[in-house]
Ligand binder design. Structure first.
Ligand SMILES: [Zn+2]
Length: 220
């Protein structure tokens, strides 16, 4: 049987080394040794909590690849932490697999114009595809595969999902911005009353509705 705990520690260490987090990579090495020697997870659990702890490690830049890398790292942390705490694999899976339906963007409070940045579409697609993919790969004993983010990003599943979301946004007259910049003024009416805004994508990605925690829009 696969030793998922050891596997998650090894993958965490690989990512940490790639990102020059040598301190934490060495920490994982010690965790692996403790596990192999006497099945002890206490040192790993000590990595979490408090300032400058293992939870604060940031992986990936603010681009699409970085987004996926950061999320994979977070899921590996959840897996390692959950197993170290003695949680059942299925419980950890259901925690990892709580996909979000929310997507963020911008809205002009004066004219109602709406815009979503490309990176937020990416974030939505990643949040919706990656958890199940992670779990499937883990079950098939191919978890090391998810570290290949380049391959993931160019997969058919990812590009199809992205295309579906983009089509849905266009139908809802939400502009898609190719840049990932902060929006200061409305591109339609020039108003500076632009606010961040949230929507929910529901019914198998066929419907987009406004979240109920948004600022009021004074449409003309
Ligand atoms: Zn406007």
């Amino acid at each position: 049987m696969t030793d998922y705990y050891k596997l998650s520690l090894e993958l965490l260490r690989t990512i940490l080394l790639e990102n020059q987090y040598n301190f934490w990579a060495n920490w994982m090495t010690e965790d692996i040794e403790n596990w192999e020697k006497n099945q002890n997870t206490e040192h790993h659990l000590r990595a979490y909590g408090g300032m400058g702890s293992f939870n604060d490690v940031v992986i990936g830049n603010q681009d699409s690849e970085g987004l996926w890398q950061g999320r994979i790292f977070g899921m590996l942390q959840s897996l390692a932490y959950g197993l170290a705490s003695g949680n059942a694999l299925e419980d950890i899976f259901s925690r990892i697999n709580s996909a979000s339906t929310q997507i963020s963007g911008w809205r002009c409070q004066d004219c109602g114009a709406a815009r979503i940045n490309a990176i937020d579409i990416e974030r939505f697609v990643c949040a919706n595809i990656l958890p199940q993919l992670f779990i499937n790969h883990l079950k098939d004993n191919k978890l090391a595969k998810v570290l290949d983010t380049n391959k993931l990003l160019s997969s058919e599943e990812v590009s199809n999902k992205k295309a579906t979301i983009e089509q849905l946004l266009r139908r809802a007259s939400i502009e898609i911005a190719s840049d990932n910049n902060w929006l200061w003024t409305c591109p339609k009416c020039g108003s500076s009353k632009v606010c961040s805004y949230r929507w929910e994508i529901i019914n198998n990605e066929t419907t987009i509705i406004e979240s109920d925690d948004n600022l009021e829009i004074n449409k003309p």
